[in-house]
Design a protein around this ligand. Sequence first.
Ligand code: WQD
Length: 340
Amino acid sequence: MNKRILVTGGTGFIGSHTVVELQQKGFDVVIADNLSNSFEEVVDRIAKITGVRPDFEKTELKDASQVNAIFDKYPDIQGVIHFAASKAVGESVQKPLMYYHNNLTSLMNVLDAMLSHNVHHIVFSSSCTVYGQPDKLPVSESSPRKKALSPYGNTKAMCEDIITDVAKVNDMDAILLRYFNPIGAHESGLIGEYPQGVPNNLIPYLTQTAAGIRKCLSVYGNDYNTPDGTGIRDYIHVVDLAKAHVVAIERMLDNKCKSKTEIFNIGTGHGYSVLDIINSFEKVNDIKINYQIVGRREGDIEQVWADTTYANNELGWKAERDLDDMMLTSWNWEKSRIEN
Ligand code: WQD
């Protein structure tokens, strides 16, 4: 009998890649997603990749009765990977209440349903954004969290605290995965990042510029205290990130956790600047990118990359894919997105 995992937000960018990896490790999966920022067709594409169609339930996680109905319908759920959240930094500044309602209420409904249905394990999609601009680099899990620069970032920190407090006094363990910058796509070109409207993030804007959908990529500032003046981030291949979720849920199912809530930085440990990214993309894809240097973007930190020692040694996970592969698969996905 396969173990079943509930993946909320499982038709999204990271969620869909994680469902693929879960299925390929022999898990049964049920996806709960409200499709507010993704498409049900992703379920068919996952089935094309793995040969197994995951169960899919269109679910508004802000509605507790809908969340409970999932757990009633699938009594064999043994763990939850919770991705579902609104995640646009800029939008969260304009619509803070929508972000607090959606990201906090959804999580609390999932936790309530887990407790009432004796489901004891949750992996949570957190973010390096909780560190703000670290005082010391690379940033480790023991680095202090800083006041978030956006309601989006604040909901990530608040969700971490909610989960920690609930796990402390219940038969529940939790693993918080603090992602750095997920990019790239599955080698099949069938799933990838599908931003609605004008992309906020660098890579989709870059690939849409390469595709001629956008005229010119704006590089937000080259006057930072970095080697080439542009912002530095720890970009991680989404497949490596997806694999980290499988390792985390297996750790809990095998009762290997050493505390009720464990935190891991999921990055590569390497920082790349915006110009590094552009140069790498141009080189591996033999394409010229039209870009211009403009002013800094409000709320951006200068530079961050992960100390991954703890995840490598304790979790037994390490990122394997390099920047070239991230650039190749990003472009491959953009081309297949346009063709389909
Ligand atoms: C990366 C770098 C920009 C766009 C955010 C969230 C994080 C996660 C990922 C959800 C920065 C520069 C960007 C552009 C640019 N979100 N840039 N031109 O801001 O590091 O992280 O998205 O989970 O939580 O905080 O990602 O891709 O927007 O920016 O020059 O058109 O690219 O200044 O240096 P960011 P990003």
